[in-house]
Design a protein around this ligand. Sequence first.
Ligand SMILES: [Zn+2]
Length: 373
Amino acid sequence: MTGNTLRLGRILGIEIKLDYSWFVIFVLVTWSLAGQLFPGSYPAWPRMAYWVVGLITALLFFGSVLAHELAHSLVSQRYGVPVTDITLFIFGGAAHISEEPKTARGELVMALAGPLTSLLLAGLFGVLWFVTRGTGSYLYAVASWLAGINLSLAVFNLIPGFPLDGGRVFRAIVWAISGNLRLATRIATGLGRLVAFGFIMAGVGQIFAGNLANGLWIAFIGWFLENASASTYRRLALHDMLAGHKVSEIMTAECAHIPADLMVDALVNDLLLPTGRRCFPVEDGGRVQGLVTVHRIQQVPREQWPRTRVDQIMIPRDQLKTVQPDEELSTVLDRMTGEDVNQLIVVQGDDLLGLVARDRLLNYIQMRGELGV
Ligand SMILES: [Zn+2]
């Protein structure tokens, strides 16, 4: 789900995005409602009505998916776990939760909030369906389909395969009993992969039974779930490997302070190339004002190097992403991935101690992997 997304705006501080794959499912849902389902059930409607009502119903459906994800997000924030964005994509919605939940109770409530919201919506549309029954009206058609689909959403998400909500509920319960999040995640992702495998098998069975489209769809959902639980598992293994190790172990501490009026070509020829250092804090008036990185130098055309001062290309101090020397490396890995940055500046109080770079961290992980330590 990385890459191609459309920003829709913010709801309660959470960025709402559409992945381009979402348009595929939106067209499919609208088409199956307007082209098949509604004409089959309500043959007396005017032709245009199928498409207008189909479109409105499809939009309300994705509104329901969004409400489900918003419920997860709001509860998550309430329990102190920040949510940066919600992305709607081909298989539904996903809230981007940057950290693991802090307590089993928090995880349980957070996981249940989505399916409960879907159940609530199913109930509301169910009431609307009940009061309009026998009318055959547009409202009745919309309400009956949305009641059913929200009920299906709630039930599907409660399947105990991590990362589905039911899998999170399962993980929270194992966590609460064992007191061990890692163990709980290991068991829950294992079960998740089993459930995913079941989906793939069921999909293949459907394909052999002649239901090609349905079978492919089910198998794809299984494949997506398998990927998601496998990557959660891999992340956990990485965290295990990094556990107990701190930023200070791998940071580059050799930072040569440079004056603000130094020219870029002098920096490159006299300091960067001879020493191989990558960390150059720019000092002015006895205080660090920013940092010049190799990446910043690359953005200036070479012929301008003799005419460009380092303070013109530095990252200003207030824009530097910083980290403490005693911070866990697993947190650093999460931040680099989550914020999409290649380095973090190590600071203690007002002191700039060095930097920790992504390639150094990846190298460290690879080394430990090779040595099995
Ligand atoms: Zn959910």
